[in-house]
Write a protein that binds this ligand. Structure first.
Ligand SMILES: *[C@@H]1O[C@H](CO)[C@@H](O)[C@H](O)[C@H]1NC(C)=O
Length: 363
């Protein structure tokens, strides 16, 4: 369990199915859930669309009775605070607008939002926050921070929380666990944020973490053995059994193989943000970036009104964003596969304004 590691909520099928118009869902837990989800998605769709066109509609419902503190949404939208924050906010607003435009021009019809789509959205009722967690984008630290925020004073220092503790299901609440009216109220009134990262840097980070570390035996067994079986000519029996020496090239072949996603959704560590967090269906107020993690995290905490009491943990590791990791790994990938892989992750590049990497040889 622990070896399964960072930023998993539930591992099975936690990557949502590829966004598709219409009503199509995996039903893992039988009829009751199916019914609930059917009803749910209708309401989520109908009510939530009001938010997209009228963000201020959420402000009224968002402030709870007897609570005089401004909600983060009010703080964010009534731009009347400190100048540093305003500067940060104008760049965040730029990103939000770019995301909206990209959604308009690159996605087809809007599809129904179902509670099943909300499994990665973590709720903090105390501070009116919703965070969509994306593995390999500082999500352990964000989960720690949310545990401090929601924890009734049980924790004060995020870094005192062990990483595996931050990933225990049940320590944090997912939006998908709530009833439909409860979901809608929060989607309308809460500050919704997500953190993203250059898609191939994130992918290489996932590969290195899951396939080149000897302790990740669960991933080797579950994914490694299958990758070796399918994508290696003449594999050794030991490799077939352990699946612990998958090359990046084999991993890429696995990702672009049409069978892979036909059989099950991608694991959340390599699933696209577009499919995990539905940024064209859920109107995020803040899109933070791993590349500017510190100022963006500060902006979120400041809007949430907790900046004085809580700091986002600084990354101690030097592995953070040297920006060249992916280039080194892609050297050994043929232009044919580079192109296929880029198409697979294209939406994440477009929606979050990441330019096509210069090292790609796709022409
Ligand atoms: C998008 O990326 C370009 C190039 O990196 C940058 O100049 C621009 O400011 C970005 N736009 C937004 C809205 O962040």
């Amino acid at each position: 369990m622990v070896s399964y590691e960072p930023c998993r909520g539930s591992d099975e099928g936690s990557g949502a199915p590829p966004a598709e118009p219409g009503f199509r869902m995996k039903m893992p837990r039988g009829g009751r859930l199916f019914l609930a989800t059917c009803l749910g998605s209708l309401f989520v769709l109908v009510l939530y669309f009001q938010t997209i066109t009228k963000p201020e509609a959420g402000l009224k419902t968002g402030s709870q009775p007897g609570k005089s503190r401004r909600s983060p949404l009010q703080t964010l939208y009534n731009g009347d605070q400190q100048p540093e924050l305003l500067a940060a906010q104008s760049s965040l607003r730029g990103r939000r607008e770019l995301l909206e435009e990209a959604c308009l021009s690159h996605t087809k019809k809007r599809r129904v939002l179902s509670p099943d789509d909300l499994k990665h959205l973590i709720v903090d009722d105390k501070h009116s926050l919703i965070y969509c967690y994306v593995p390999k984008v500082a999500c352990t630290n964000w989960k720690r921070v949310l545990m401090v925020l929601t924890g009734d004073g049980r924790y004060t220092d995020p870094l005192s929380i062990p990483a595996n503790e931050a990933h225990v299901a049940g320590n944090l609440r997912a939006l998908s666990e709530l009833s439909v009216p409860e979901i809608n109220r929060r989607l309308r009134g809460y500050l919704k944020f997500v953190f993203v990262r250059e898609p191939f840097e994130r992918l290489v980070s996932a590969y290195r973490n899951k396939f080149t570390r000897s302790y990740n035996t669960a991933f080797h067994k579950r994914y490694g053995t299958k990758i070796v079986r399918r994508h290696r000519a003449d594999p050794e029996p030991e490799a077939l059994e352990k699946g612990d020496d998958v090359s990046f090239q084999e991993f890429v072949q696995y990702l672009v193989d049409p069978r892979t996603q036909r059989e099950e959704p991608f694991n959340e560590h390599w699933e696209r943000v577009h499919s995990l967090c539905h940024p064209c269906l859920i109107h995020y107020d803040v899109v933070g970036k791993y590349e500017t993690l510190e100022p963006d995290a500060r902006a979120v905490l400041s809007v949430a009104g907790v900046e004085g009491s809580l700091r986002f943990p600084a990354s101690g590791k030097s592995t953070r964003t040297d920006g060249n990791m992916a280039a080194r790994f892609f050297k050994h990938i043929s232009p044919f596969y580079q192109k296929k892989l880029f198409n697979l992750y294209r939406m994440d590049f477009l929606l979050f304004n990441y330019s096509t990497p210069e090292y790609l040889r796709t022409r």
